[in-house]
Design a protein around this ligand. Structure first.
Ligand SMILES: Nc1nc2c(ncn2[C@@H]2O[C@H](COP(=O)(O)OP(=O)(O)OP(=O)(O)O)[C@@H](O)[C@H]2O)c(=O)[nH]1
Ligand SMILES: [Mg+2]
Length: 239
């Protein structure tokens, strides 16, 4: 099949083991399956209405950190993922991952995602689909946490506070940016809780940017001049 050219790029960032790959599998393949820690990165294409969206899954391991800013180049949205049972994974988003997004578009949209909500939230745990429960032989029930709040280390308001700090860091106006309540999520790749909501809200938010880019490209002649300049330079180098 002919490879479709993506209209827009999304990137998923976050520490190793938070569930980035699992979230993407859940969304694309509709199931929770075993993962191995990502090496480098991988991308998936998603058709969204008339648009092709590329979604980049990155490696959270420290040794691949240098690749992050490359993956973020030209991104229209970045999904910053942490694990609700791991406070440090939220801290890392700000300390280690945020600066990687310097190469993203200046009007880049940010989502903050607390994954593994099934471990701390009964509703998220119970969201598991019937078919899955069957294939797990009721294992899901047995894994219910005795006290749902037991392992929860990160509260939704911690993510909201981070969202506001990110807008400040990016020098994005609060009033021109999507509100924190719309862009901070708790998800479970295991049960599917809020996973469609997350991806589809982000898709809807990047569509206006695609339209704007297409309109600009049609009415812009400067691009052509830039191109011939580049060719001249190239000829200059070779000749
Ligand atoms: N309980 C629970 N476990 C999850 C969830 N999502 C992922 N996991 C588990 O967490 C581990 C890590 O998941 P991955 O999706 O590989 O994590 P990752 O963020 O892609 O990690 P790297 O590729 O190393 O950066 C795996 O054992 C998953 O099965 C979830 O929503 N709930
Ligand atoms: Mg991964």
């Amino acid at each position: 099949a002919k490879m479709k050219k993506p209209d827009v790029k999304l990137v998923i960032l976050g520490d190793m083991n938070v569930g980035k790959t699992s979230l993407l599998h859940r969304y694309i393949e509709r199931k929770f399956k075993d993962t191995i820690s990502t090496v480098g990165g991988a991308f998936f294409l998603k058709q969204w209405g008339p648009y092709n969206i590329s979604i980049w899954d990155t490696a959270g391991r420290e040794q691949f950190h240098g690749l992050g800013s490359m993956y973020c180049r030209g991104a229209a949205a970045v999904i910053l993922t942490y694990d609700v049972t791991n406070w440090q994974s939220l801290v890392e988003l700000e300390q280690r991952f945020l600066s990687l997004t310097d190469t993203a578009n200046s009007d880049c949209i940010f989502a903050i995602v607390g994954n593994k909500a099934d471990l701390t939230n009964l509703k998220a745990a119970a969201a598991e689909t019937g078919e899955e429960r069957e294939s797990n032989g009721n294992l899901a029930g047995a894994q219910f946490p005795a006290s749902p709040k037991m392992h929860k280390q990160v509260q939704p308001e911690d993510a909201v506070a981070l969202y506001h700090r990110i807008l400040r860091y990016k020098m994005l106006e609060e009033k021109c940016s999507p509100p924190a309540e719309a862009m901070c999520f708790e998800t479970s790749a295991k049960t599917g809780y809020n996973v469609d909501l997350l991806f589809e809200r982000v898709f809807d938010m990047v569509v206006p940017g695609i339209l704007k880019k297409k309109t600009e490209a049609m009415s812009n002649t400067v691009d052509l001049e830039d191109c011939s300049d580049m060719q001249r330079t190239k000829l200059g180098c070779c000749g």
